[in-house]
Design a binder for this molecule. Structure first.
Ligand SMILES: [Zn+2]
Length: 464
């Protein structure tokens, strides 16, 4: 494709050549150059006419600013002209569990899915997640710890994954499988299982202080970057109730202590108030869902610097697709949805720091398939009442904060940060709904490398 006319974007003849081509120009020094007519930095106000240089060697941003100020050694770098550039987004509540699109999504089916089958499906849905504009994903129960190693080696295309390993659940808790005999449930969803007996790696069942401590260590052994704990019931399993606390204060405290020793923070699946308050008391730094949170909860969250990931996408999807879910799950969700949505809006009003997570856990092409993650950005505005700029900050700059000490420099377009960027044709601040559709995310650079562009075959974007 033709290069742009060699004109100085800021009236400066020194600036790099502009190109409209999506072909990656192989600059000798492995530098990717972009010229953004509008740059949304992740945190802070948008800026016009900015140049961004990234190193494909280090995967970091090396320059952001006026093209007229580009350091002389980069004068020859091609600049790809893109109307709007923003940071790659952070999916902060993912599940890559390998669910089948043709079976009801429940723990029994997940437990009976073999890891190779799950892995093959995951290869598809992590690529879909990346292509929706999510260059990083925090996974809270699933196979991300294993998948990340495969992504890193370059065999498959996906976001950078930060997994928790299996979510820690008490027996008869949100992660138990009530339909199976006790021993079977414990083994099939246990983190002991992967690679040994073919069970799903979604949940670690643990009771008592010693087992809770061990559950953290087992996740660490898999490569966890954070710890997920189910501190209240939820809507996906048969008998549990969102309003009651799950796991005792003593058990929760030992989990936080053990995770903290290894530099990890804890995220709580907490829908009812009792489970939320227990998590905050124990020192958790992220509340997932927060369905029944009230002013007292928000006060404690603020005091203890606890973040919220509200996960509205599945609520909307379940309500819109009654026939595709088990009746008990549908009934519970319908009860919960109104309250949960109002709580989200109140949390935003109360100034609680939010990151965005879509909690998508379905099979490829299903109603809850990862790949529709951008809907949560739209819902942050529609349901949560954020401004579009706040929603983008929640989807980008706030994402890494959910990892505490494990947070990488990411989610903002700043020198030294991960060179994960999105190129858009339109300004999402004018039309946030556009983020729902993966096709509106035209270009994606992950660690400085172009991985999505019109006409680019995803296989060609792989490193090996
Ligand atoms: Zn979840």
């Amino acid at each position: 494709m033709d290069d742009w006319e060699i004109v100085a974007p800021m009236g400066d003849s020194r600036s790099g050549r502009l190109s409209e081509s999506h072909e990656e120009h192989k600059n000798e020094d492995d530098t990717t150059g972009i010229f953004a007519s509008l740059l949304i930095p992740g945190r802070g106000d948008p800026m016009k006419d900015q140049a961004i240089l990234c190193s494909r060697k280090t995967g970091k941003i090396i320059y952001v600013g006026l093209s007229s100020r580009i350091p002389p050694k980069y004068y020859n770098v091609h600049l790809e002209k893109i109307p709007v550039v923003m940071p790659g987004m952070w999916e902060c509540h993912a599940h890559f569990m390998g669910a089948s699109p043709n079976k009801p999504i429940d723990f029994v089916n997940l437990a009976l899915t073999s890891p190779p089958e799950a892995g093959a499906r995951n290869a598809r849905v992590i690529k879909d997640t990346l292509y929706a504009g999510f260059t990083s994903a925090v996974e809270l129960g699933g196979y991300a710890t294993e998948l990340q190693r495969v992504i890193e080696e370059g065999s498959i295309l996906g976001p950078t994954l930060y997994g928790s390993g299996g979510a820690i659940s008490m027996t008869a808790g949100h992660g138990d499988i009530f339909e199976l005999p006790y021993g079977c449930s414990r083994q099939k969803l246990s983190v002991n299982a992967p690679g040994t007996d073919g069970g799903a790696a979604v949940v670690v069942q643990a009771d008592g202080v010693d087992e809770c401590r061990k559950a953290v260590r087992l996740n660490l052994r898999r490569g966890a970057k954070c710890i997920k704990v189910l501190t209240s019931g939820g809507v996906t399993s048969r008998d549990d109730r969102p309003e009651y606390q799950q796991l005792s204060d003593e058990e929760l405290k030992v989990i936080v202590e053990e995770a903290g020793r290894m530099g990890m923070i804890c995220a709580a699946h907490a829908e009812g108030k009792a489970g939320i308050m227990a998590a905050i008391r124990a020192g958790f730094k992220v509340i997932e869902h927060g369905s029944y949170a009230d002013d007292e909860v928000y006060k404690e969250m603020k005091k203890n610097d606890v973040m919220l990931v509200a996960t509205i996408t599945p609520l909307e999807s379940i309500l819109d697709n009654k026939d595709k879910y088990p009746p008990a799950m549908y009934r519970k969700t319908a009860e919960l949805a109104k309250i949960h949505m109002a709580a989200y809006r109140n949390a935003v009003k109360a100034g609680i720091r939010c990151a965005l997570g879509s909690d998508l856990f379905g099979g490829p092409g299903s109603v809850l398939s990862p790949g529709m993650n951008g809907n949560e950005v739209h819902l942050a505005v529609k349901t949560g009442g954020m401004t579009p700029l706040q929603a983008i900050e929640a989807a980008t700059a706030n994402g890494p904060l959910t990892l505490g000490p494990q947070a990488p420099q990411s989610g903002q377009i700043k020198e030294g940060y991960d060179a994960d960027l999105l190129g858009l044709d339109k300004n999402p601040l004018d039309d946030i709904e556009m983020m729902r559709k993966p096709k509106n995310v035209k270009y994606i650079w992950k660690q400085g490398k172009l991985v999505k562009a019109p006409g680019l075959d995803p296989w060609d974007a792989l490193d090996i």
